[in-house]
Design a protein around this ligand. Structure first.
Ligand SMILES: [Zn+2]
Ligand SMILES: [Zn+2]
Length: 283
């Protein structure tokens, strides 16, 4: 069991548990440093930090995970120690969340044109307090019997390039890095193996101000981790890590604390953010 998990989702985005519950679980597991990194939202940060006040052995880093797109797929940028009250950051995150809503509504219209009638209200209900996404649309299709498996919704309708697929308004990875920096945060390239040409992206993002890459990640092999750690060293970046815990079943993240992230990696990040407060040393 690791002592560090720098990639956790709460119900502020698509995680299952409240920020408070996530923090408590982390303390029960004996974790020492965690980060709350919800998709395009910092709403979980304040309740998480409040919950952590009663838990002196646990440090909670305020974070965010910003979704961006490149032609080959999605790139996610983690922002650690962000100023979660920063107006520009909040406005941009809201824009990203709205673009998700607009996109989901657009897909429902396309589906209707294809003879698949699902209700926007139902899709929102399924998504609950989290951000509406394609899995929720697929679930609504399944309920109405248009498909027999969630996978079928993707292959026949809503996968990238599918007949009901709608592209989201985009933010580039470099723009997300810059946004995190302007909110006084530390930008880190999340689960880099979602794209093919990782090093090219690392070079581009480093030029924009990237400070780390998420090398220790749920599902990555020892080989992949070693390569990513070397890549981080080569470019003067911190190798960070986390489980991408969502509190859900397989397929969306690992178990909390399940990825062996070195404590030193969290300490490097903390030292960069708080050069004058060696907090961990006193704990
Ligand atoms: Zn991600
Ligand atoms: Zn994530």
């Amino acid at each position: 069991m690791s002592r560090v998990d720098l990639h956790l989702h709460s119900a502020a985005s698509d995680g299952r548990f409240s920020p408070m519950a996530v923090v408590r679980q982390a303390a029960e597991l004996g974790l020492r440093v965690i980060a709350i990194t919800d998709h395009d939202s910092v709403d979980g940060v304040v309740p998480a930090l409040a919950a952590a006040k009663a838990l002196p052995g646990l440090k909670v880093i305020p974070g965010v995970e910003i979704s961006t797109d490149v032609p080959q797929g999605e790139v996610h940028i983690l922002g650690y120690f962000i100023d979660y009250n920063n107006r520009e950051l909040q406005a941009n995150l809201e824009g990203l969340r709205n673009s998700r809503l607009k996109r989901a509504q657009g897909m429902i219209v396309r589906l209707k044109e294809l003879g698949v009638h699902i209700d926007w209200e139902r899709v929102q209900q399924i998504a609950g307090s989290g951000s509406v996404g394609r899995p929720h649309i697929a679930q609504a299709m399944l309920e109405k019997g248009y498909i027999t498996s969630l996978k079928e919704a993707f292959t026949n309708y809503i996968e990238r390039g599918g007949p009901a697929y709608v592209e989201r308004e985009k933010m580039t990875p470099a723009a997300a890095v810059e946004l995190v920096l302007r909110a006084r945060g530390l930008p880190v390239f999340a689960h880099p193996l979602t794209i093919n040409n990782v090093e090219t992206m690392v070079v581009e993002l480093k030029a924009a101000g990237l400070v780390g890459i998420e090398a220790y990640y749920y599902g990555y092999t020892d080989d992949e981790i070693t390569k990513l750690v070397r890549l981080a060293e080569k470019h003067g970046l911190i190798a960070t890590g986390g489980s991408d815990y969502h509190g859900l079943e397989v397929g969306s993240g690992g178990i909390m604390g399940g990825v062996d992230v070195p404590l030193a990696s969290a300490e490097c990040l903390i030292a960069l953010a708080e050069p004058r407060t060696p907090e961990l040393a006193s704990k």
